[in-house]
Design a binder for this molecule. Structure first.
Ligand SMILES: *Cc1c(COP(=O)(O)O)cnc(C)c1O
Length: 225
């Protein structure tokens, strides 16, 4: 089941890349394992999946421990991170996708022992329930943390609204792409900002058409498994 699902997802990634005339090597699939046990994550690792994500600190640490024999795995923390939990996890991850406040950046700067590749989370549609900066706040924030040598802004991340139409999805993802380009055009030394973390099980082909370089996929991998 996992094998079939992965094959199907890879096929869809390939099709979306062809449609957008992009190279498939520019899109990284991250397996979001929050809905499964470590044993299933281990099966994924055996099938060659090397990017794994969790949205909770305790679950990420648990999975990483269980999969310690798979040293090639890159660990992504994709969910909201409370400041008091930064010290527990920041030196255990390769990527952090949900940088959403100056205070959180300060704590990461204080606790990280190496440079962490981070995505600034952006709330494109301004939904109250969502984390993330408003689009206009992103550049000032990135400039504000210019001196934080433990934080490298490699790109931007967003979550599309639930139940959005295809048209709305295209709009949200292309907004994020525009913002990413505007920031990378500044050539800030702390923010190459070349990457876009967007697209989940239900919308990743659209996200890829709009420029996603990291897609975060959970449900579609484990469907029926
Ligand atoms: C759960 C989650 C995903 C994956 O969602 P699916 O719809 O299961 O593919 C992606 N990103 C974040 C931040 C998540 O919390």
């Amino acid at each position: 089941m996992l094998t079939d699902n992965l094959k199907h997802i890879n096929q869809e990634i390939l099709l979306a890349c062809e449609k957008a005339q992009r190279s498939v090597s520019d899109v990284t699939m991250i397996a979001v394992t929050k809905s499964v046990e470590s044993q299933t994550a281990k099966e994924l690792a055996k099938l060659g999946v090397v990017n794994m994500a969790e949205n909770r600190v305790d679950k990420l640490l648990e999975k990483k421990m269980a999969l310690k024999d798979f040293s090639v795995i890159k660990w992504h923390l994709i969910g909201n991170l409370q400041r008091r939990k930064v010290k527990l996890v920041i030196n255990e991850i390769d990527y952090f996708h949900a940088l959403d406040s100056f205070k959180l950046a300060e704590e990461i700067q204080k606790r990280a022992e190496k440079e962490i590749s981070c995505f600034v989370e952006v709330n494109i549609t301004g939904e109250e329930s969502k984390h993330g900066f408003k689009p206009a706040e992103v550049l000032p924030f990135v400039q504000e943390i210019a001196e934080f040598d433990k934080i490298k802004i490699i790109g931007l991340m967003t979550m599309a609204p639930l139940n959005a139409s295809e048209k709305e999805l295209h709009e949200v993802f292309s907004e994020l792409k525009k913002l990413q380009c505007a920031i990378s055009d500044q050539h800030l030394s702390n923010a190459p900002c070349t990457e876009l973390s967007m697209g989940m099980s239900n919308d990743f082909p659209i996200a890829i058409e709009e420029g996603a370089t990291f897609v975060r996929i959970g449900t579609a991998i484990f469907r029926g498994a």
